[in-house]
Design a protein around this ligand. Structure first.
Ligand code: HEM
Length: 409
């Protein structure tokens, strides 16, 4: 989930072109076959095969090197901009030892066990969302259904009081721009700064509240870690709360949205899942593989790499890892990788990344999507998506998802 330069005029990899956004998979297929470590006109290396993507994410010779990479692209003053300063403290952008320290402070809240315990509450939120629209006979599956679940869950985990949440429901779909493969314009940097400063002000007040009034939530836990000496600074605390808030919802909204679209484009699979609800866990892995809500992440070579897929990578270069392409590599999925098959065995998508940055919220996202989709199929069995063939995609590449998905029943 790194922001990168768009290789304009690059015939093989032009990820913001409308037909790429609509359907990136034929483009990936070409890359994998013709030029699996493709060099863009800007000198970035684009890895599209499963073996290379997987290696780059796990190999210690690659890292994030956020400050160096960002100053190289925007100039030396960029780290004075609040939004970039804040991102520089994200565990997602950090290398060890900072990464190890920051991740260690929150990892316990996301263990499989802790997340399993959240099932009844997730079920309740999903049921409430359906109760609110069932009499209407129609809804937007994104806005009315998929979106509120992950936002509510992350607000509850962080300990954001209920009467503060409306602003989060309203504003939280725009932050994805920070991850987009196009550099931010000065105006966008100014907007990012404003949003970041607002969030900082809000969270500072919440930290004060939790210092006086501790709760059973992540913010209380982190505020205590901050007070506990050298575990984390106030800037790191704020930045990583903002990261957790942002990383957890747009991705999950899109897993639910892309999964529902894929199912309705493949009526045989939809009918199968309705007949055999026990297939839901495998179906979620297949949705992650088939149309991942995160399409790309990146790494920087920390030393010269002599051979990656036949190319030499000098030290300090960016390698883009095309997760969505790796997920359809016939070398790993020989049985028609472009087909949605919820009974496919050995599905191990790279959609949650790999190596030390492997998604902290993977199990949470899986359970949210599982309960959301299974409940929708059970409670609204007659649901039809209005526009299955030409739905409206958000104009972003890294975060792949739909603007809206109107449905009726
Ligand atoms: C379908 C849903 C999701 C997808 C596809 C997804 C994808 C990813 C990917 C690909 C990475 C690794 C990036 C890299 O290696 O550079 C990542 C990291 C991360 N994700 Fe997720 N994510 C999802 C949901 C969530 C949720 C629900 C949360 C938390 C509530 C979350 C929190 C994080 C955090 C904190 C990191 C950084 C971990 C680190 O750097 O050690 N994600 N995610």
């Amino acid at each position: 989930m790194n922001e990168q330069v768009q290789p304009a005029g690059d015939p093989l990899f032009n990820p913001l072109a409308p037909d790429f956004i609509r359907d990136p998979y034929p483009h990936y297929d070409r890359l994998r076959r013709i030029d699996p470590i493709h060099v863009t006109p800007f000198g970035q290396f684009v890895a599209s095969r499963h073996a290379d993507v997987s290696l780059v994410m796990r190999d210690k010779r690659f890292g994030k090197d956020f400050v160096e990479r960002t100053t190289r692209r925007y100039g030396p003053d960029i780290m004075n901009e609040p939004v970039f300063r804040s991102m520089g403290h994200w565990m997602l952008q950090a290398d060890p030892p900072d990464h190890t320290r920051l991740r260690g402070l929150v990892v316990k809240a996301f263990t499989a066990r802790r997340v399993e315990d959240m099932r009844p509450r997730i079920q309740e939120i999903v049921d409430q969302a359906i109760d609110a629209v069932i009499a209407r006979g129609q809804m937007d599956l994104i806005e009315d259904f998929a979106f509120r679940l992950p936002v509510t869950v992350i607000c509850e985990m962080l300990g954001i009081p209920e009467d503060h949440r409306e602003v989060f429901y309203k504003s939280s779909r725009d932050g994805g721009r920070l991850l987009d493969p196009v550099p931010l314009s000065p105006q966008e940097i100014a907007q990012g700064n404003a949003a970041n400063l607002m969030a900082q002000m809000y969270f500072q007040q919440l930290f004060e509240l939790r210092r006086r009034n501790p709760g059973d939530d992540l913010i209380t836990q982190l505020v205590q870690a901050e007070e506990d000496g050298n575990k984390l600074t106030n800037e790191e605390l704020t930045a990583n709360i903002i990261l957790l808030f942002g990383a957890g919802h747009e991705t999950t909204v899109n897993l639910i949205g892309n999964g529902l679209l894929a199912l309705h484009r493949n009526p045989d699979q939809l009918a199968l899942l309705k007949a055999r609800p026990d297939l839901i866990t495998n179906a979620i892995e297949e949705f992650l593989r088939y149309d991942s809500s995160v399409q790309m992440t990146g790494r920087v070579s920390l030393e010269e790499i002599e051979d990656l897929g036949g190319k030499r990578i000098p030290k300090g270069e960016t390698v883009l890892c095309l997760l969505g392409s790796a997920n359809r590599d016939p070398a790993v999925y020989p049985d028609r990788p472009d087909r949605l098959d919820i009974t496919r065995s050995n599905v191990r998508p790279l959609s949650f990344g790999g190596g030390i940055h492997f998604c902290l919220g993977a199990q949470l996202a899986r359970i949210e999507a599982e309960i959301a989709i299974a409940t929708l199929l059970r409670r609204l069995p007659g649901l039809r998506i209005d526009e299955v063939e030409n739905p409206e995609w958000r104009p972003t590449f890294v975060l792949r998802g739909l603007k809206r998905l109107p449905a009726s029943w």
